[in-house]
Design a protein around this ligand. Structure first.
Ligand SMILES: NC(=O)C1=CN([C@@H]2O[C@H](COP(=O)(O)OP(=O)(O)OC[C@H]3O[C@@H](n4cnc5c(N)ncnc54)[C@H](O)[C@@H]3O)[C@@H](O)[C@H]2O)C=CC1
Ligand SMILES: O=C(O)/C=C/C=C(\O)C(=O)O
Length: 504
């Protein structure tokens, strides 16, 4: 990135920094109907106050839900697919046009490096609208001709209609990416949405409201209510009787709570939950690629990616060299400010999350880990010393039943363990209650197919990680989720499929 571009981003950063968040209800920004209160949005970089966020309560949720329901019966509900998808393409173009603003807002909330967010978070924000607009324009449904007893026939065809009002509960690790991964298909299918973004990351969801207004998305189609989870906007929204479906990405335990809330009125859910993802590195891998890929999968976004690798199984002949190279590369990672082009890693999202990650750093040692590198808090200069920084950390030597090997930590850390046979590696990889993603590193194509087919996961990458084709099924097995989203799979959740049977 050029120096001028960086200066531009720094300027935007300051402007954005002065902005308090607002709810976006029925096309209007509002800072509250009932003054439930505010919380301070703090920068994970240095704990400074970025701005304030209004806490939505039942009144804000009711207002947003009623606006969203009215929009279903208004202009939006009457649009043709072409009109709707043209609008969503315009949303994507407007995100691209305001790329720097989205980038600055996302990095302000999360502290993640511009280099990461400019390649992943913001482009995916636009792509999520464009891809699902394209998908719904080209979708067909099943048809069957039935021979009837009178010697004639009947024709059956499937008809997809919007599900209605979708509640979107999104997390803080990839805020715009994960929120639009739900809002894009929901709107493409003709639904309306009420979004409850994570309390840690209110800015890009708010900014998207400006985009919706600018391109002419009708009022009430996209709504945002800020708030917390239990006994706050999250719970009020997911319990609301006028909500028809709930899509959520976040922790498995939160998914359980939301599922209980969704049970009222038997609303459908789509969940992408936690992971404790394995990588299996065979001795026949391309070691350079395996190291590079495992470094990214363990440390990208400071380890705060549900698809990230926290367990690495390495075939014994290359174990020592693999660990040594990971150690060297982890120690070379540079922690720093988002706008610094040399930064590889930002801070964790919050002091609270850092306490959780550090408690696992402590626990791993208590459980008998050998610390390869990291394990604590880095010395950061100046005001950064107040931020939520942790060291990239690698352990070896833990037992298979150690909590640090089985529980999602969601930080920049991994445990590396040797294995001797393919069967052992597969058994170990499948040994947790989670089943989100796996990475397999081998140059043997037959082995790649064989091992991938035995992984109890929703996504298995071979010789890659986080290589996303948005048309494919995405979701988790076991306790890592319910349902699949992506491409046509998203239609299963965001539309109601009815069969029309016409007697001829
Ligand atoms: N993508 C993932 O798999 C993510 C996993 N995590 C993990 O979860 C842990 C907790 O982090 P949180 O931010 O608290 O994640 P969380 O899963 O509790 O929260 C995610 C979203 O759910 C909302 N929420 C929480 N309780 C709710 C309820 N009862 N009803 C409706 N909405 C509710 C939150 O307000 C937020 O918008 C982290 O330490 C991390 O380990 C966190 C974020 C993303
Ligand atoms: O690419 C995606 O759609 C999602 C990626 C990451 C997550 O879902 C996550 O970290 O929660």
């Amino acid at each position: 990135m050029s120096v001028q571009a960086l200066q531009g981003l720094a300027q935007i950063r300051v402007d954005t920094a002065r902005r308090d968040a607002a709810h976006f209800i029925n096309g209007e920004f509002t800072q509250g109907l009932t003054s439930k209160g505010w919380w301070e949005n703090r920068s994970p970089l240095d704990n400074s106050v970025i701005g304030r966020v209004p806490e939505g309560g039942q009144a804000e949720v009711d207002a947003a839900v009623h606006a969203a329901r009215a929009a279903l019966d208004g202009t939006w509900g009457k649009m043709t697919v072409a009109q709707r998808t043209d609008l969503l393409a315009a949303v994507a173009n407007e995100i691209d046009a305001r790329f720097d603003e989205f980038l600055a807002a996302e990095c302000l909330d999360t502290g993640k490096p511009y280099s990461l967010a400019s390649h992943i978070d913001i482009p995916r924000g636009a792509a999520n609208f464009k891809m699902f607009a394209d998908t719904v324009k080209n979708v067909s449904t099943e048809t069957f001709i039935l021979d009837t007893p009178d010697g004639k026939s009947a024709v059956n065809y499937g008809l997809r209609r919007p599900k209605g009002l979708i509640a979107v509960i999104s997390p803080w690790n990839l805020p715009l990416l994960l929120m639009t991964w739900k809002v894009g298909p929901a709107l493409a299918c003709g639904n309306t949405v009420v979004v409850k973004p994570s309390e840690e990351t209110p800015l890009t969801a708010t900014l998207l409201g400006e985009v919706m207004n600018k391109v002419g998305v009708p009022k009430g189609v996209y709504n945002v209510v800020h708030g917390l989870g239990p006994n706050s906007a999250g719970e009020f929204l997911t319990q609301h009787p006028l909500v028809n479906g709930i899509t959520f990405t976040g922790e498995t335990r939160t998914g359980e709570a939301i599922m209980r809330q969704a049970a009222l009125g038997v609303r459908q859910v789509s969940f992408e939950l936690g992971g404790k993802n394995p990588a299996i590195v065979f001795a026949d891998c391309d070691l350079d690629k395996a190291i590079e890929g495992t470094m990214r999968s363990a440390f990208a976004n400071c380890g705060q990616v549900c698809l990230g690798t926290e367990r690495v199984y390495v075939e014994r002949p290359i174990f020592d060299s693999f660990v040594a190279r990971m150690k060297g590369d982890a120690e070379a990672l540079r922690l720093g400010r988002p706008e610094d082009g040399a930064t590889n890693l930002g801070p964790l999202i919050s002091q609270e999350h850092r306490s959780k990650v550090l408690s696992y750093y402590k626990l791993a040692l208590e459980e008998g880990a050998t610390l390869v590198t990291g394990g604590g808090v880095p010395d950061m200069p100046g005001e950064l010393a107040l931020g939520a920084w942790v060291q990239p950390t690698i352990w070896t030597g833990l037992k298979d039943d150690a909590r640090a090997v089985n529980e999602e930590i969601f930080g920049p850390c991994c445990h590396i363990r040797p294995f001797d046979t393919e069967e052992e590696a597969v058994r170990l990889a499948n040994s947790t209650p989670y089943g989100l993603a796996a990475a397999v590193w081998t140059e043997n194509v037959s082995r790649a197919h064989r091992v991938a087919s035995k992984m109890d996961v929703g996504i298995c990458w071979v010789n890659s990680w986080f290589l996303r084709d948005l048309r494919t099924a995405f979701g988790g097995a076991k306790q890592s989720g319910i349902g699949r989203e992506g491409g046509l799979h998203s239609l299963e959740f965001y539309t109601e499929l009815s069969n029309v049977c016409i007697k001829l």
